[in-house]
Design a protein around this ligand. Structure first.
Ligand code: FPP
Length: 249
């Protein structure tokens, strides 16, 4: 399907509300994560089908490490299962996967399945699927400052080299190049917060908030959010209003 003229190139999703979804139904929170993880595949497929260039999913934040050990165990198990089960399909669909975040903090048994998967998909040129894992924007920016300072000390850079373009080079999204800026951020579950997610990259993003919890989020909801995005005026601080655009079918 041909995307509309102003379709978002990079969509980022804060997959929120797993715990509340489960609790409202009288289940333990982990049920929400199990159901939530099953929502990932149809959304990746739909983004791919719609011709989105990059999709970033907030799967685990730097703050999530503080959750109870029992919940963390389930989250890691689900992520591992996703890596194992989805590799073939992602490969076939030419999807490239990256991790944004502190990969070094992940347990060896996760790295054992994750690393070969990333390697196996790194030549792909289709949808750029980014999983934000052990990700926090403040950490990303602090890390960027540190890396730049190290480059200065090593004589590779001068302090006055720093500008907005060079900054991108030090972020976890650097590899995304022209797609590193986020066009549309979707947050599920009725919360209206950014929660330390892609602060630099979403400087000019449009935000769509939906009351639907992540375990109920479907491709139809994704299309609704894209439709809403397409109807907005993005002026980037200027005064000229963009032309109205065609909507997704
Ligand atoms: C937010 O719900 C969700 C998370 C912290 C984890 C997201 C993880 C998944 C959807 C599963 C695994 C991911 C992949 C990519 C396979 P919450 O627990 O904060 O919900 P609450 O706000 O209702 O408590």
């Amino acid at each position: 399907m041909t995307p509309p003229k102003r379709a978002p190139k990079h969509i980022a999703i804060i997959m929120d509300g797993n715990g509340r979804w489960a609790e409202r139904r009288g289940y333990p929170r982990i049920f929400g994560h199990i159901r939530g993880s099953s929502r990932v595949k149809p959304i990746v497929r739909e983004a791919d089908r719609l011709g989105v260039n990059a999709l970033t999913l907030y799967a685990f934040s730097t703050e999530n490490w503080l959750r109870p050990e029992s919940e963390l165990r389930v989250l890691w198990k689900l992520l591992k299962k996703y890596f194992v089960k989805e590799f073939e399909e992602l490969k076939k669909k030419n999807i490239r996967m990256r991790i944004l975040g502190e990969v070094d903090r992940l347990a060896p048994e996760i790295r054992k399945v994750l690393d070969p998967m990333l390697e196996g998909l790194c030549q792909n040129t289709g949808l750029q699927l980014n999983l934000a894992i052990s990700y926090g924007s403040r950490r990303e920016l602090a890390r960027a400052a540190r890396l730049f300072a190290e480059d200065c000390l090593a004589g590779v850079r001068e302090p006055e080299d720093m500008n907005e373009e060079l900054m991108q080079h030090y972020l976890w999204t650097s590899d995304l190049k022209k797609f590193s800026d986020v066009d549309l951020v979707i947050r599920t579950s009725g919360e209206h917060r950014v929660s330390n997610f892609l602060l630099w990259q979403s400087a000019y993003a449009e935000f769509v908030f939906t009351d639907v919890c992540w375990p109920d989020f479907t491709p139809e909801h994704l299309r609704d959010a894209i439709r809403e995005y397409s109807n907005r005026d993005r002026r980037y601080g200027q005064i000229e209003v963009a032309q109205p655009v065609s909507l997704l079918q």
